[in-house]
Each structure stands twice: as structure tokens, then as C-alpha cells.
Design a protein around this ligand. Sequence first.
Ligand SMILES: [Zn+2]
Length: 398
Amino acid sequence: MSQDVAEVITATDPVEIARALIRCQSVTPDEGGALIFLRELLTDAGFEAEIVRFSEEGTADVDNLFAKIGSGAPHLTFAGHTDVVPPGEECRWQHPPFAAEIDGDMLFGRGAVDMKGAVACFAAAALDYLSATGEPKGTISFLITGDEEGVSINGTRKLLAWAKERGETFDHALVGEPTNPNALGDMIKIGRRGSLSGTITITGKQGHSAYPHLAKNPMRGLAKVMHALLDEPLDTGTHEFDPSTLEVTSVDTGNPAFNVIPAEVTIRFNSRFNNLHTAESLRARVEKQVETALECSGLTGSIAFEPNAAEAFLTEAGDIAALLSETIKAETGLTPALSTTGGTSDARYIKDYCPVIEFGLVGQTMHQIDERVDIADLTALTAIYRTFLTRYFDRFGD
Ligand SMILES: [Zn+2]
């Protein structure tokens, strides 16, 4: 173990742990030293920790970390990722993206909020909890992937199955994604919308625009298909979810000429849907709409759905959400909104194993140049996680 790591362990300082993680260049799918650092940190605190590599043809191998301490129920797992999105043009950063420099009150670096910062806070909280109380009255584990920002094939989904095969059962999961829009304490996520993307191709017959009767213009079908997709709202929302949406994100013929009728036009779309739908029911709906629209235009077409659809879900973690909510109120004075907004996260896989809630840092600078976190937020989030651990085992232990 390096001197650096030893110092960090005695300090259980979330800022130093976050800095050590940010210095690891773990752009998906590279491990970059981040999981090895965490494994050492946790092993030295008494955790059993293992790095597990998953592979699949056509994708890069990805390392993941599973670490646990204690045994039996209740089992609280903290889930997150140490991979980060690429920094973009490094010269545009005020501070180099992997230098973990502190400027004023802020710690700069890729992953500062999404989500090496929260991983550091939970690690610091867990180590402090263990040094105060000894082994937990149950189990604390870390489920950390290196494949959240990428295709998510060799990540959390496989790690959950791997853990289950080894006999692990989870009672609750807390995901450290940056859930707060403005201030620490704003928002807990208790579910997520689903996502479905696809490409519709309308096929006609290429020809000279001066002789349209010899061609078949697919653009005539485009208008009808767009009407079918966009005119009727998917729903009006529910108590927990906003209305579902479907956005057309690209229309393309690949045709540079004014006097050529194109052979085909493609339409790309993405839908973010609530739990009134499933990916399957939406696929059927879009297929029917497109089929009907093309029938009236005398054109043919096809739809290819992207394989990475995510289902909408609402967690059944009413009691743990309430416990976290009370903890946040006690530590920050804010009552967090219980929300299902935003994109997808790995919680969509965890929800098949146990109730899952999400609470992390403020997300304002995630995936941006000059990603940074307020040092005070790292301290405050650590305090929230630390108090939550005490309350969790007091409440669910025994
Ligand atoms: Zn993230």
C-alpha cells in the first residue's frame, strides 16, 4: 500500500479520497487505478473486496468492485461508478481535469460530482461508522462499476447477478448519482422514467424532381408519420411521474441535391416514459402508428429500435426514503423532493433485486468542462451518509 493511501485511511477525509479518485484517469472503460485504490482503502478497513472483470463480445472488458463487511440482514449496498465521461478539450478547463486541484471552496476535476465525490463521501462515512461502532448489525457493501457512463453491458447488471450467485441478498440500495438540481438536500430519486430510442425508415423511389410521377417521394410519408407520432400525447402523467414524452431528434435523407427525389428518409426518436407504459407497449404503439401512417401514403418502411431500452420504475422503498429524507432534513434543514425526473441510471438494474433510492451531490456541472464540487458539500454529504448509516442499522438491525 502506498503512503498516500495509508494517510487517507487514517484521515477518512472525503476530500482526500475524492482527490485520489479524480487523479485516476478512469474514462470508461478504463479502470485507471480508481477501483484498485478503493479496494485497498476498504480492505484496510476490514472489508472483503474483490475486483471482478466482465467481458462480452463486441465490447471492452470492464472492471467492477464488490466489497462488503459484516454478515446477514439488513444488507445496505451503496451503488455507484468510478468511470467518468471524457474531459473534452483539456485546454479549456480552468484546472486540468485529472489534477484534482482545489481553488477557493471548490474541488475541480472530471467525476467531482458524477460521481467520484459521492463514492468518496460514502467510503468516508462507512469507515467512520465502522471505527465508531465496529462491525455493523448486518452488512454494508459497495457495488461499484466502471461501466456506467458507457454501454453499461459489463457493469452493474452483471455485478448484481454475480453477487446473487455468490449468495448475496440486498435489502436496500442507495445510489450516489448527483440527484440535487441546486443545493445539497433538494432531491431524492425514488424511481426513474424509462427510455426507448429508435430509427424509422420510410422507403420510396429515387428520381428526378421534374418527373415526380416516375419516382415515389418518401417525404410525403414523413409528414403523416410525424403527425402520428407527435399529435397525441402519450399520457398526462401520474402522481409520481411527469407526462411521458417522445421527441423526434433527427430527420435525414442524406440528399444534397435540390432536383433529386430521395430514395428514403429516416426519422430518429427518443421517448422518456413513465410507468403507465413499458418499452414493449411503446414499441407496439409506435409500430402501429407508423404502419397506419404509411398505409395511407402508399409507402413502405421499417423501424429499428435501439437495444438499450430502459423500463420505468418506482421504488417500493417508502420507509427507507422517509429515513433518508429525515436525515437530510436534520443535516441540511431542507426537505428533499421525492422525484422521478432526469435520465436513466443503474438503479434501473438494482430495482430488480431490492428497493433502491438515489441521493448524491449537486449535479450542475456534471459532464461539463470545469466539473467541480463545493468542498462544503463533500463534508455535508459525508455527514448525511454517516448519520444515515447509524439510523439505518438502528431501525432495521435486530
Ligand atoms: Zn453518474
